[in-house]
Design a protein around this ligand. Structure first.
Ligand code: NDP
Length: 455
């Protein structure tokens, strides 16, 4: 069996990698654990110095990594450079702040001394997706390694080259040889690793189906999980919103990573008064986004990462139109060997349609009309997902109130796109998963929060 890199721009197979046996992978778990034993006693200064080396390697080689991302999953080249740079910033951030986040916290009790300490857990298994093949991994790895853990990466099967490049970054940065290892395995082999006694916790970013499978297995052997799953982020466009800036925020939010982001803007819930002007401007902006070769300058929409993902998206569009949605833009599969799908806008989307109920993982926008703020909020929350969301209004206190108290999700932005930032927690509720990544909260997911009382 092999893992294959297929270029979604051309459909061509350009690299194959031998898939490991489960025994080979288990052998690597033992090696990773051996390095963990020494690593978890290293000081923060040493860890930070190596993490800064990793940041330097990411920045110095950003173009090489961007090429790999473009070839393996179709990301526009400039976006790939930005992704590598963002990873470098996350490494710098946790190099700078991990010690503060994890310093012991004193508590006043009747004991002579009481404090809370944060010890690493051990070997953490990360199961990661292809959409941000570098960022998703570094978002987990930078805080986890800084906390003193070791890591195993089971990356998505379509980005094996990225997975090996990431392993090399940590090695070249001077981390112990086996502290971060990529496992060249298929998803069916993951259960055996979750069962491995030296694997202490699991984190997964991906679909709900993968999350359920991994969480069930981890639950059966009582191992901690963090799940970052899909989203169908609602963007509320209230009647007082400026239609031009609202449309710009929404188009940008929908097209991020060619629409393949868990926190992409997906459902545009527009209060009726704002709808005509918003729709007009939004369709204009969506139609201007250039679809093309990821290596060509100006390309905003590359091919989707795989042909099957493109086909699923098209089925969702066709079924929604069949149920009464109106197509304002796009909606046809281009006659091209690549996995392309054009910027598409559906309006009059309603309950029961795939565009209302399911995650649309590509450049397809669903406009859902609402009569009032109250109805817009009800529609926003009428979803199994709860990852991000946005409110667009000229009235900032109103936006803040809706963001804080009304939207059922892990992150809400007022007048801007939802985005990840190492300084603030990232994660969802409901079927979007649980646990948090990034910030002082994320780094504490994979630590033993230990109480020490001295009498
Ligand atoms: P998956 O959820 O199948 O893949 C994500 C990761 O999970 C991959 O490493 C995959 O490995 C692994 N995986 C899948 N099933 C299992 C399992 N049963 N046990 C252990 N590991 C597993 O995503 P897809 O690539 O199939 O994308 C499907 C949809 O998922 C998208 O259209 C989108 O809706 C959502 N998605 C959400 C993402 C997010 O950022 N939240 C990212 C990617 C997808 P392998 O590749 O070997 O199967």
């Amino acid at each position: 069996m092999t893992l294959q890199s297929i270029n979604p721009t051309t459909g061509e197979l350009f690299a194959t990698y031998e898939e490991w046996s489960t025994e080979q992978a288990q052998d690597v778990v033992c090696k990773v654990h051996q390095d963990y034993v020494a690593w978890h006693r290293t000081g923060f200064d040493r860890r930070a110095s190596l993490m800064r080396n990793a940041a330097g390697i990411l920045s110095d080689n950003a173009r090489e990594y961007a090429k790999l991302m473009a070839e393996e999953m179709g990301k526009p080249f400039l976006d790939g450079i930005a992704e590598a740079e963002k990873c470098a910033k996350a490494c710098e951030y946790f190099a700078e702040n991990a010690e503060t986040f994890l310093s012991r916290q004193p508590v006043w009790t009747d004991a002579r001394k009481t404090f809370v300490a944060f010890n690493p857990l051990g070997v953490v298994l990360a199961i990661m997706p292809w959409n941000f093949p570098f960022w998703q991994v570094f978002r987990f790895a930078a805080p986890s390694l800084m906390a003193g853990n070791a890591a195993l990466l089971k990356h998505a099967s379509n980005v094996p080259g990225c997975a090996l490049a990431i392993e090399k970054i940590f090695r070249d940065a001077g981390f112990p040889e086996n502290l971060f290892r990529t496992l060249m395995i298929a998803s069916k082999q993951v259960d055996a690793l979750i069962e491995h006694p030296l694997v202490r916790a699991v984190t997964l970013t991906g679909s709900g189906a993968a999350g359920r499978a991994v969480a069930s297995k981890a639950g059966a052997v009582l191992k901690k999980t963090v799940l970052e799953l899909g989203g169908s982020d609602p963007y509320l466009i209230l009647e007082d919103a400026d239609p031009h800036s609202a449309a710009a925020i929404c188009a940008r939010g929908r097209l991020v990573n060619s629409g393949q982001s868990c926190i992409a803007a997906k459902r545009f819930i527009v209060v009726e008064e704002a709808r005509p002007a918003f729709e007009k401007r939004f369709v204009e902006l969506m139609s201007k986004a250039k679809m093309g070769d990821p290596f060509e300058g100006g390309t905003e929409i590359g091919p989707l990462a795989r042909h099957d993902l493109r086909d699923t998206l098209h089925r969702q569009v066709v079924a929604s139109v069949g149920m009464g949605a109106r197509l304002l833009l796009g909606g046809t599969v281009p006659n091209h060997p690549g996995a392309y799908y054009p910027a598409t806008v559906l309006t009059d989307v309603g309950k029961g349609m795939p565009a209302y109920e399911e995650e649309l993982f590509g450049p397809v926008a669903a406009i859902i009309p609402a009569k009032s703020e109250a109805e817009a909020i009800a529609i926003a929350n009428d979803t199994p997902f709860g990852l991000g969301g946005a409110v667009i209004t000229r009235d900032l206190p109103r936006g803040e109130r809706i963001a804080e108290f009304e939207i059922e999700s892990g992150m809400v932005f007022v007048n801007e796109n939802v985005r990840s930032d190492p300084r603030v927690p990232f994660g969802g509720i409901k079927e979007s998963g649980y646990g948090r990544e990034l910030s002082s909260y994320g780094i504490k997911e994979f630590v033993n929060i230990k109480t020490v009382m001295v009498y």
